[in-house]
Structure formats: C-alpha cells, structure tokens
Design a protein around this ligand. Structure first.
Ligand SMILES: NC(=O)c1ccc[n+]([C@@H]2O[C@H](COP(=O)([O-])OP(=O)(O)OC[C@H]3O[C@@H](n4cnc5c(N)ncnc54)[C@H](O)[C@@H]3O)[C@@H](O)[C@H]2O)c1
Length: 367
C-alpha cells in the first residue's frame, strides 16, 4: 500500500475527509503525515483523531515536504485555492508526487510552472476533477468514441447550486468566506468552484477541443465581490457548438450538474444527482436508460463500477476511482487515466479567458 501525506483538510473542512475516505475505500494508500491547517494545534487535534504519529504532524507544507521526502509516495492538496500553488510546488521540489484539488492554481503562470516542474522531474501530477471518476460518465465517453452519437452537433452542460444565493460569506461560514474573497479564491468565485468542472467534463466525455468562447459572468447577490453565476457560449475544433451555465445562486438547486450531448445519430444525457443512469436516444427511436452495473455497459466503464446494478454508487466512489488510477501510475507506471496537471492548467486558462471575455462585453476569445 502506498503512503501519503495531506495538506489541508483540517477540523471542520469540507473535502479533505472525502479524499481520506476515498483513499481508504479501495485500499489504495495509507495516510501517514499531515499539515492539515495553518494552525499547528488544529493539525495536532485532527492528526490525533486520525491516529497519526505526533512527529509526522507539521506546522507548514514546506516543513512537511522536506522532512517527509522519501517517506511518502504522494501528497494530497485540499487547501483553499490560494494555497494550492505553494503546497504543490514544495511537494514537487522535494520529489513527492501530487494530487491537487481544483481549481489547480489561481493563475495560469503558476500552473505552467508546476506542470513544467512535474514534467522535468518525472513526477505524477493530478487534479481531482471528480466527475471523470463516474462509471456512467465513462460509459458516455466510450459510446461517443465508438460513434454512437455520430458527429456531435451541440453540447449543453450546466452546473447550478443554490447554497450561495445569500451573502453567506459575511456570516462566518468557513467555505463561503474564502471562496468569496478575491485574494483567496483566485479572482473568481463560482467559475472556479463549479464552472471548472464543466470545462473539464465536456472535452473529457466528447473528445471535442474548445477553440472559442464568449462568457458573461454575473454577480446576482448584491454586495458580493465576485461572480456567482455565468453563461458561456462555446465552439469546438469540429465545428460543434455549446453552451455552459454555472451558478451558486440558483435557489432550489443542490448540486445539479447536467451534461447533454447531441449528435447526428443520437443524444446522451447524464445528471449528476442520478449518477447510475445514462439516457441514450438514437435518432428515430425511443429513449433508452442504461443502468450502471448492467451487462450492456462497455468494458472500460464497467471497470469503474463496483456494486451490482440497483445498489447506488456516487461521489465517494468517483473520487476513489480517480485515486486508484493515480496510484496505479505511481506504483506500476500505468498509463495516466486521471485528470492531469495539464488538465488543471487548461482549467485555469479557461477561467482567465472567461474573465477577459466578460470584461470585454462578452466578446469572443480564441482558446
Ligand atoms: N473536487 C471536488 O468536487 C471539490 C469539492 C469541494 C471542494 N473542492 C476544492 O477543495 C479545496 C478545499 O475546499 P474545502 O471546501 O474543503 O475548503 P475548507 O475551507 O473546508 O478546507 C480547507 C482546509 O485547508 C486548510 N488550509 C488552508 N491553507 C492551508 C495551508 N497553507 N496549510 C495547511 N492547511 C491549510 C484549512 O485550515 C482547512 O482545513 C478547494 O480548492 C475547493 O475548490 C473540490
């Protein structure tokens, strides 16, 4: 079993414990060290809960990376966005493979530097675009690869949430406070938080490469400093077109990521809140629902399915699937089958392009 260290994911944190549980789910790696917070006492408190040795709990990511070099196989970065870059950098500089959460960094210059460091030192660098880990997302990808949709004409992807429909950031809410702070989030709020998942998911499933976009970023909640809603028109290398909508001010939406793809032979729909079902409509035929775990699933997708059909899987298994692929690359040099640092870099460039377009009156920007 591989050994890993974690940066971020301290007491009360949201996603750190999800990463820890996902890594435990498939038995891929064991947590042995951490710098879970900027506050050493908090790191010690959670380290004790997790049963870690006291001398493997650190005050700073830099100290951890220096002293754990050679003793851990990889590090997981689950801090607020502004701390991704220095945390990833210190791990790579000390020869430690890295899994970082999204958005990868707050500027594309930072992301380029990190991707270059990983490449030069032959280290594995990955980003947890979680939705790549869902079996039915993989099924959609394989169906498109084998031509079930024909030529793709249009892609519609939306990711609305409603939890920031009020000024939560002024109430002391931890996750809202840093996400809405331009200095900590990276100059965008919801575009980085949920819009980047859309940016990753569409090319991952369809194979389309984005060539142009026109974005309008909105701030719907009065007093907020950053975007909480956005609409993006897209064009791809094949001539296909698309439309993205992301929001965190869509009252009534919980986590409603929806992907719809339309080709000249058929259409596909996948809804994150109903993740075990993929809806496929060949032109001129009734809609079919493909169920995760059923025999008609394609082999690559089936490899990501763990429980029998009708026994739901979800977010945690998706994280675990990404980690299993990541660990296989570290352990046996398996071909990378997870979102990479390059994907993270593209996501940050996408953010920058959307901001530029929106500032220029939703002008078209080459991507
Ligand atoms: N992949 C996904 O689906 C997904 C879901 C949620 C969050 N995220 C991403 O995960 C990251 C964390 O989000 P969250 O909601 O868990 O945030 P959070 O505020 O709940 O947790 C962040 C943790 O990082 C710690 N931290 C911050 N700076 C640090 C530093 N320099 N050294 C050590 N620890 C530090 C904080 O103390 C806290 O414990 C964000 O980048 C977010 O975009 C991804």
């Amino acid at each position: 079993m591989l050994k890993y260290a974690m940066i971020g994911g301290g007491p009360g944190a949201f996603v750190g414990s999800v990463h820890r549980n996902a890594l435990a789910l498939n038995g891929d790696a064991k947590l042995v060290a951490g710098c879970f917070s900027r506050d050493l006492e908090k790191t010690r408190a959670i380290g004790a809960e997790l049963g870690l040795a006291e001398d493997r709990l650190y005050a700073t990511p830099e100290e951890m990376a220096r002293l754990e070099a050679g003793d851990v196989d990889f590090a997981v970065i689950v801090t607020s966005n502004e701390a991704h870059y220095p945390s990833v950098k210190t791990c790579l500089a000390n020869g430690i493979h890295v899994m970082c959460d999204k958005p990868f960094t707050v500027t594309s210059a930072q992301a380029e530097e990190l991707v270059g460091m990983a490449r030069d030192s032959e280290l594995v660098l990955a980003v947890t675009y979680t939705y790549a880990g869902y079996p039915m997302v993989r099924q959609a990808r394989e169906m498109i690869e084998r031509g079930d949709l024909g030529e793709i004409r249009f892609v519609n992807c939306e990711y609305p949430q409603g939890w920031l429909a009020e000024m939560l950031e002024t109430t002391g809410h931890t996750q809202a406070t840093w996400r809405a702070d331009p200095k900590r989030s990276g100059g965008v709020l919801s575009l980085g938080d949920v819009g980047t998942h859309v940016e990753y998911l569409v090319p991952f499933v369809t194979g389309l490469n984005l060539t142009r976009l026109a974005a309008r970023l909105d701030t719907l909640v009065e007093g907020r400093l950053l975007d909480d809603n956005g609409t993006i028109l897209t064009e791809y290398d094949t001539g296909a077109r698309g439309m993205y909508w992301y929001s965190q001010a869509a009252t009534g939406c919980v986590n409603e990521l929806k992907l719809r793809i339309y080709g000249d032979k058929g259409g596909l729909e996948w809804f994150q809140e109903d993740p075990d079902h993929l809806h496929y409509t060949p032109i001129g035929q009734p809609k079919q629902t493909i169920v995760r775990g059923a025999p008609e699933m394609l082999p690559g997708a089936m490899a990501y399915s763990h429980t029998p059909a009708g026994h739901p899987e979800g977010w945690l298994q998706a994280f675990a699937n990404i980690y299993t692929a990541f660990c296989a690359t570290i352990e046996h040099g398996a071909a990378p089958d997870f979102p990479t640092g390059e994907d993270g870099l593209r996501g940050v460039r996408f953010i920058e392009a959307c901001v530029e377009s929106s500032r220029n009156g939703t002008s078209w920007i080459d991507f």
